[in-house]
Design a protein around this ligand. Structure first.
Ligand code: GCW
Length: 676
């Protein structure tokens, strides 16, 4: 059935002419040396080429014309003899080269490690899937970021927090005995995009995951993922020593607590010898943490890091913290973490959300990027679309992540982009990390919608190389997922590339943020102002009244802008340079303030909301035009979801315009339809 289960690894038959062109360069597979990873690399090539070219390549034992030769210098005497320039590619890089071997034309896929070979195998398959020639290849690639991870916010009862794709993939009930084949397909999908770590459980964690009962199940998953180069990590609850061992405290400086974590780490590594480490959400939204014992984030992180260090594990400590202190929520993570720069052990990574508030449709980059030169800073993106219309709205996140990565922090002069902080080239931390909060579940199509698969795909590609182009990623994914016909590729890529601006327009234009309805964050709620916490209320964020709108973060207001490098603070802080996209993030302006467009803020706001709806209508028309070119089952699902999206874009527009008009009291610009 065409339900999307295969993701971008469809391997459906290529056009006959194209297949005929590829076959001479895929006649056989020559694998020297056996390992679980080399075996899965070969199996993937067999499956992929078999599907795409209609003939499963047999195994060869010596070079023949058209053979694909896979291995490492250590596993394969043939590859060792070639003296390939593998050294600069590191542990996970690969070469894919067309060359002569003993007088035969072959394609060599080589790496320094087996997992490099696996990544190279997926690369060769991607070339075929995307319709590129494979005759004269000379490719070398390696990841720019060390830890490329998915964080699953999966509870142990299989509820996925902010998950819109069914239950958790992990069926704790039947683990460890039943190895659902889906675990392997999950690992294949991740390996195909270079993801090498997964956190199995929610950051609001349950300490039970650290008990033997669950560790046996964790081991089963780790064993399945290992051949695919994927390590398992767990979210650890800070007061686990109290909850599991009834210690009177979880003070990170207390010797009993330290010993408990050391022994716990030793125990975990007995189950999972290559365990990756802990992800920790501490003193954030009510979770326990070191501050409960008057210690710092660094004290807490270092204590766990020390327990993991003998085994090579890392602690990933989240910087998503805020509390009702009276300080602008925008500024709080920086205020807490910046003073701790240089205080974290070198196997701690501080994981920062891309923006300072919380995964809004558009945020400026968090001022923590670039601000902690002596700390490893990792990127946390949210793949699941908590604030972006869940699974029903078509929103490609690649363009948003590209914006985030290319933002220039200016901390070491021009070109100090977030990407250079994250890939480590700016400050050379020991570890680098890009993580995405996963959008997977047990829905047949994994992500809850066909197009949300693109966001999973893009996360892997941005983690591999933060400087990747969102457009290239969209095109790759489209070709693999929908087909290579330009009549398919061009319109779908165009839809994807415009989709993020569309959602910004119909939800939070001009730099508005956090206007979503309470709790679930689905649909509009800009009027909400009665929540217990000041900084949960949409009115706190937009500050709208009769005169104007926006959050003043200049020196006249919260002065959060001072957390950026002076050049950035000056650009965002100046009305003439801030730009429409970020205006209301940083400024409170009168409704009648005139923008570069020549229109007032009020008129522009109304027009943007309206434009957002029009953009969704245009996406619907584009999609309708693809009927007949795409299998009916997937086409119908996307079409239905786009219809939902159009209704809801209209709902957002109408609700927001009506509400903001109740504040501004101004008439709609000429020719604009009143809210329904
Ligand atoms: O985006 C918010 C979510 C919470 C989440 C929190 C976090 C897991 O609304 O559900 O908790 O962020 O990132 O910790």
């Amino acid at each position: 059935a065409e339900d999307g289960y295969e993701l971008w690894l469809r391997y459906h038959a290529a056009e006959p002419a194209a297949a005929a062109g590829y076959r001479p360069a895929a006649t056989a597979i020559l694998q020297q040396g056996d390992s679980p990873t080399l075996d899965v690399a070969r199996a993937e090539l067999e499956r992929g080429i078999g599907g795409l070219l209609g003939r499963t390549p047999p195994r060869a034992t010596a070079p023949i014309n058209g053979a694909i030769v896979i291995g490492t210098p250590a596993s394969s005497p043939l590859i060792a003899r070639l003296n390939l320039p593998l050294q600069p590619l590191g542990r996970e890089g690969y070469l894919v080269r067309s060359m002569a071997l003993d007088g035969r034309r072959v394609t060599v896929i080589a790496g320094n490690s087996d997992v490099g070979v696996l990544y190279g195998a997926f690369r060769l398959l991607r070339l075929i899937q995307t319709g590129q020639p494979i005759e004269r290849l000379n490719l070398a690639d390696s990841p720019h970021v060390e830890l490329r991870m998915l964080d699953h916010w999966d509870n142990l009862d299989r509820h996925v927090v902010r998950g819109y794709a069914g239950l958790s993939l992990w069926d704790w009930q039947t683990l460890p005995r039943f190895a659902d084949p889906r675990y392997t397909d999950y690992a294949r999908a991740n390996a195909s995009i270079g993801i090498n770590g997964v956190v199995l459980n929610n950051v609001n964690s349950n300490a039970d995951i650290l008990t033997p009962h669950f560790l046996e199940k964790v081991r089963a998953l780790a064993d399945i993922f290992r051949p695919y180069g994927i390590r398992v990590y767990l979210s650890a609850r800070f007061n686990a020593p109290m909850e599991l061992a009834h210690l009177p405290t979880a003070d990170p400086l207390d010797p009993r607590v330290r010993q408990w974590w050391r022994e716990k780490a030793d125990e975990i590594y007995r189950y999972v010898p290559d365990f990756g480490g802990f992800l920790v959400k501490a003193n954030s939204e009510g979770t326990p943490g070191p501050q409960d014992f008057h210690r710092t984030h660094a004290d807490g992180a270092n204590m766990m890091a020390q327990a993991l260090a003998p085994h090579g594990g890392v602690v990933i400590w989240r910087a998503f913290v805020y509390s009702d202190t009276g300080e602008d929520r925008f500024a709080q993570a920086y205020s807490e973490f910046h003073p701790l720069d240089g205080r974290f052990r070198d196997n701690v990574i501080v994981q920062v959300k891309n923006g300072p508030i919380d995964f809004q449709p558009r945020e400026p980059f968090s001022p923590l990027f670039g601000a902690m030169p002596r700390t490893a800073i990792g990127m946390e993106f949210q793949v699941t679309k908590e604030y972006l219309g869940f699974n029903t709205h078509l929103v490609y996140l690649g363009t948003m992540w590209e914006e985030a990565m290319r933002a220039d922090t200016r901390v070491r002069g021009e070109g100090s982009t977030v990407a250079r902080v994250v890939d480590g080239s700016l400050f050379r931390p020991r570890h680098t990390l890009v993580a995405g909060v996963a959008n997977t579940g047990n829905d047949r199509n994994w992500s809850g919608s066909q197009f949300d698969q693109a966001n999973w795909y893009a996360l892997g590609r941005f983690a591999w190389n933060p400087d990747v182009s969102a457009r290239d990623v969209a095109e790759e994914w489209t070709r693999m997922t929908w087909g290579n016909d330009p009549a398919i590729v061009t319109p779908i890529v165009a839809m994807m590339m415009g989709s993020h601006q569309a959602v910004v327009d119909y939800m939070t234009p001009l730099g508005l943020h956090h206007l979503m309805a309470t709790g679930h964050h689905y649909g509009p709620g800009p009027w909400v102002n009665d929540l217990e916490r000041r900084d949960w209320n949409p009115t706190y964020f937009h500050n709208g009244d009769r005169q104007g709108i926006g959050f003043d973060r200049t020196a006249r207001g919260s002065n959060a802008l001072a957390q950026y490098a002076p050049e950035v603070a000056a650009r965002f802080g100046n009305l003439s340079t801030v730009g429409d996209d970020y205006l209301l993030w940083f400024h409170h302006v009168p409704w009648t303030y005139r923008l570069d467009t020549g229109r007032t803020v009020w008129d522009e706001l109304v027009l943007r909301y309206t434009r957002g709806v029009d953009e969704v209508r245009a996406m619907r028309r584009t999609w309708a035009g693809l009927s007949g070119r795409i299998d009916p089952q997937r086409h119908a699902q996307v079409a239905a979801f786009l219809a939902i999206q159009e209704d809801e874009a209209q709902w957002w527009r109408d609700a927001c315009i009506a509400y903001f008009q109740s504040l501004s009291g101004l008439p709609l610009p000429a020719g604009v339809a009143p809210p329904a």
